[in-house]
Design a protein around this ligand. Structure first.
Ligand SMILES: [Zn+2]
Length: 1007
């Protein structure tokens, strides 16, 4: 559809100046960056960012076209273009992603409705940034789409689509989109698949050529420097960044177009409707949506954000607590979002319990009641807006500097708005003024209940009498029904009995008022001499840390954080509680944590809203209560939280609701992708404190195992640990730390109950151990293999050298594995390799999800590993060594990450959520865990520097090569239908019939 161009907040307003202009950016306190802007002759908008202390250098390009501009007969073309573009420069033949990943950087790209984003980041210290920028610039000029690239990316796009087709989120969202006005691009199928992309052409030998020429034409008529925004950030000065930009981006062709702006996709027909849709997973969700005009122009007052905060408030008297109190919902979200230039959505979403599904009309009435209440309740005198403004602006003023890749990505998305340049950084968070008329219009017109539309999705619609006839959504095949909303719902919502139950939030007593920063405390009594060998020391600042104080109940560590100079801090209380450990299945601590955490959320919601964070988690057998945020009022928050945990009496209604929620989540875990499942089952096979979702669900089903009495009992004993460790860090002094210890000691008890140790299975070597795992979703089209090679400590009995070799090998194998299996073998999209560090036992995990059979996947991994020796022999390892060393030398860039490092140190290498990801996926190993096994970072770095290619070849021969007699392999084949005849399979593999028994029978290492 030809899009209507209106004079909205997007355009090409700035005069051209090829030299850069410094910008006086409105920034937060910790932002020491310098900013400059440029407009190149071709119309490219550029933001330069000089950051003298950044660990990463990064750049992002936002292009102001997306799938809205797909040709009608080729849905997905913009997305395919995004995939192929980084491989199509005529100047650099290889894939841009390959260059970045070989330098251990991160890189990605996304296609949205009216924009497409590309970004990368690399370590700022390794000197490849200039070349990376050159290669990045080349992705946008002198493009030639090649047939074979197009074909292999077509299958990648198709894999992505198939992955999404297993996800209710994507399926239901596409259904929601198709309910737009006819001809409006919002209804388009943006991701595309093989069918949609090739429906206009014959699928024969010339397909690649035809698609390549369609792409070429589309790219030439849509990509234009005049609708692109580039952000570039590094340690270089603004002058040299400006030179780099001119040199590499001036050649991007321009069409002198302005960014297209869409109209509103809804009319009267889209309102007052209800759509019922069937889900795959066991979830029931009701979502009320409203379509609004463009909201970017209201950035100074953010009326939608303000209203969403009130609707999703979780304190007493809120909509959330009303619905939870009835046992109808488990969660409520309110989410304004702008998917494209020109319009936005406001959605209120509740996850329903089975009781709530039956009473969905009552849930709807309560949501509408809340909306009817808002217009007359929100007046300036309520003080709510002032509070919102204070919280938002404090959030901005005292935020930590965000990571380079996040900064460039966010800012590049904003370059096409007409926000003043100096407000680009503050724009998404800050509040400048209250705009009463915008707020009134929002509430009175756009968020009037009658203007909305409802989507109820569930896999148990028959329980509410919705039985079809069903219609089928075109691309994902979602079955759905449509109806008009019963007008009674609106009438009932105005009834006083509901409205009286819901009230606006009271004034927030947790908003901090003291933002002062304590001066560095130079009398640091807790630091001892760095060369005392008996004290473990923190290698990153060359000083040792020992406890500040020990009491009869707890040990206290304190470290003032003088780096961030923000009024923020972190207090972690680590409790080794024998009852908190899942030492037996029926002692179901997960339910317990969930219940307590939900209780805390309701009571302390204001604290969260005011910028505090708290979490109650189980991690590696420890119960962790952590609080972070502004130091003002944090000690009193800690005290209240601890006392609440101690005194909490679980209401029966909450018990049943949370038990149901937990059961749902265990059922849904079993429906996850084969890739995730294979990874999870490998972990399950390796550790004693791991349970499968099937096992957990069975426990919840047994009425005698998880009862209210048992849980209450559990809770009572929870805070009676074998030991308690406390970490206080940030903008605190010693006096504060000692107060924190006093608070903890007053609440926490102690016990002499025995504690169970973690053990890790040692896989017997020289066998091909295979476990066939049958996935619950029998409709699943993909299979996955998790191929784990355990690396045990026989390698010259030097664990540090072994760890060094593993990490370096992992870097060397990462891209070749991905490239070979994705591009050559066409195994699909999910191809991952990474070290797996499970406590002290380490290994290499290769995971692949594909259409092909698990046997085929497994033998392709075998073939790759066999053939990799030839490549490895000729590899130059010096660059990979430098990259790895730089990674290990990286220091946490913000206070929360520094706190996590300290916590890992105090807990002896385990857990606490600290992670130094080396690889692009979320399972990146926690390198710091290697410390537990005797590898200190500086020794590890030293060992890496001394590695020769021969060491890596020896490592490969011993642990990786399929023919090695000392190789220890466990592979999990996750598939809907396991092989019928395991006998024939057993000639190739040693089949594990019972994984639980297998792990119990093997030698185990103490973790
Ligand atoms: Zn994609």
């Amino acid at each position: 559809m030809e899009q209507i161009r209106v004079d909205l907040p997007y355009g090409r307003g700035i005069p051209q100046h090829v030299e850069y202009t410094p910008i006086k950016m409105e920034t937060g306190q910790s932002d020491d960056r310098k900013y400059g802007s440029m407009l190149l002759e071709n119309g490219l908008r550029v933001l330069l960012v000089h950051d003298p202390s950044t660990a990463y250098a990064a750049a992002a390009m936002n292009v102001g076209v997306g799938y809205f501009d797909d040709p009608d007969n080729t849905p997905g073309l913009a997305h395919l273009c995004e995939h192929v573009l980084p491989r199509s420069s005529t100047k650099y033949k290889d894939h841009f992603f390959k260059f970045i990943r070989n330098n251990a950087g991160s890189v990605n790209s996304f296609t949205f409705a009216s924009s497409t984003s590309y970004y990368f980041s690399v370590n700022a210290g390794i000197g490849c940034f200039k070349e990376a920028v050159e290669r990045f610039g080349a992705c946008f000029q002198d493009i030639e789409f090649l047939d074979d690239c197009v074909i292999s990316e077509l299958s990648a796009v198709n894999e992505e689509y198939e992955m999404n087709s297993e996800s209710d989120f994507h399926r239901i969202f596409q259904l929601f989109k198709t309910r737009a006005l006819p001809e409006h691009p919002w209804g388009k199928f943006g991701i595309g698949n093989k069918k949609s992309l090739t429906q206009a052409m014959k699928d024969d030998a010339t397909l690649g050529k035809k698609l390549a020429s369609a792409l070429q034409e589309w790219w030439q008529t849509h990509y234009s420097a005049s609708i692109m925004g580039l952000v570039i950030l590094s340690r270089d000065s603004l002058e040299s960044l400006a030179r780099l930009v001119k040199h590499n981006f001036l050649g991007i062709p321009t069409l002198n177009t302005s960014p297209p702006v869409a109209t509103i996709p809804w009319g009267a027909k889209q309102q007052r409707c209800i759509t019922f849709a069937k889900t795959l997973k066991n979830n029931s969700t009701i979502e009320v949506s409203f379509c609004l005009p463009d909201q970017d122009r209201f950035y100074e007052s953010k009326p939608t954000t303000f209203v969403s905060r009130i609707i999703q408030h979780q304190g007493p008297g809120s909509l959330d607590s009303y619905l939870k109190g009835k046992g109808w919902i488990t969660r409520l979200f309110c989410d304004p979002y702008q998917p494209a230039r020109g319009f936005s959505f406001f959605s209120i979403k509740a996850e329903l319990t089975s009781k709530g599904l039956i009473r969905y009309q009552s849930v709807l009435e309560a949501i509408y009641a809340c909306l009817y209440l808002l217009p007359w309740a929100i007046n300036p005198a309520s003080g709510l807006f002032e509070e919102f403004k204070t919280i938002q602006n404090a959030r901005f003023d005292y935020s930590e500097k965000s990571e380079a890749k996040c900064s460039v990505n966010h800012l590049s998305n904003l370059l096409l708005t007409q926000w003043p340049r100096e407000r680009l950084v503050k724009g998404p968070t800050g509040i400048w003024k209250q705009d009463e008329s915008a707020l009134r219009t929002l509430l009175g017109v756009y968020l009037a209940p009658e203007a909305g539309s409802v989507l109820l999705s569930s896999n148990s619609l028959s329980s509410i009498g919705i039985d079809g006839p069903w219609m089928t959504e075109r691309w994902y095949g979602v079955q759905y029904m449509e109806d008009r909303l019963n007008p009674e719902v609106f009438q009932n919502a105005k009834a006083p009995n509901i409205i009286q139950c819901i009230s606006l939030p009271n004034s927030n007593r947790f908003i901090p008022t003291d933002f002062s920063v304590k001066s560095p405390n130079l009398r640091i009594s807790n630091l001892s001499q760095p060369d005392d060998p008996t004290i473990p020391h923190l290698p990153w600042d060359g000083i040792a840390l020992e406890p500040l104080r020990k009491s009869d109940k707890s040990t206290l560590w304190f470290k003032q954080d003088v780096q961030s100079l923000l009024p923020k801090g972190y207090i972690g209380v680590y409790i080794r509680s024998p009852v908190a450990r899942r030492s037996s299945l029926d002692d179901n601590s997960a339910t317990n944590t969930l219940i307590v955490r939900n209780a805390l959320l309701v009571e302390f919601y204001d604290a969260l809203e005011a910028g505090s964070r708290f979490a109650l988690i189980y991690d590696d057998g420890n119960l962790i209560l952590q609080t972070s945020g502004y130091t003002d009022r944090m000690l009193s928050l800690l005290e209240h939280l601890l006392r609440r945990i101690k005194s909490y009496v679980i209401p029966e209604q909450s018990f049943w609701t949370y038990k149901e929620e937990l059961k749902q989540s265990f059922q849904n875990d079993q429906l996850d992708s084969p890739l995730l499942l294979s990874h999870r089952i490998v972990r399950y096979g390796l550790r004693n404190f791991e349970w499968t979702a099937e096992e957990m669900e069975a426990v919840l089903d047994d009425p005698n195992l998880v009862t209210l009495e048992k849980l209450q009992d559990h809770l009572t004993n929870l805070l009676a640990p074998t030991w308690t460790k406390i970490l206080v860090t940030g903008n605190f002094d010693e006096h504060d730390a000692i107060s924190a210890q006093g608070i903890v000691d007053a609440v926490v008890g102690s016990t002499n109950d025995p504690d169970t140790d973690d053990v890790v299975t040692r896989i017997p070597n020289h066998r091909n151990w295979v476990y066939f795992y049958s996935v619950a979703n029998k409709e699943e089209k993909d299979n996955a293999v998790g191929y784990y090679l355990q690396v045990t400590n026989t390698f010259g009995s030097n664990p540090t050298k072994l760890h060094a070799a593993l990490l370096l090998f992992a870097i060397l194998v990462n891209y070749p594995f991905y490239e070979k299996l994705r591009m050559e073998e066409k195994l699909g999209y999910d191809i991952i390799s990474a070290p797996l560090i499970q406590k002290s036992v380490v290994g290499m995990l290769f995971t692949v999800q594909s259409h092909q059979s698990t046997n085929a996947i497994e033998s392709k991994i075998d073939d790759f590993l066999k053939g990799f020796k030839k490549d490895l022999r000729h590899m130059v390892i010096s660059e990979a060594k430098t990259t790895l060393v730089k990674k290990l030398e990286e220091r946490a860039e913000n206070m929360e990450k520094r706190a996590a490092e300290l916590a890992t140190f105090i807990l002896g290498g385990g857990g606490a959520g600290c992670c130094t990801p080396l690889f692009r996926h979320p399972w990146g190993p926690n390198i710091r865990q290697l410390r537990k096994h005797g590898s200190k970072e500086e020794e590890l770095i030293h060992a890496i520097k001394r590695l020769h290619l021969k060491d890596i070849l020896d490592f490969y021969d011993e642990y990786i090569h399929p023919a090695s007699p000392s190789r220890a392999k466990l592979s999990v084949h996750a598939q809907p239908t396991p092989p019928v005849d395991l006998k024939t399979t057993e000639s190739h593999y040693n089949v594990i019939h019972d994984l639980k028994q297998f792990k119990q029978e093997q030698d185990a290492d103490e973790a």
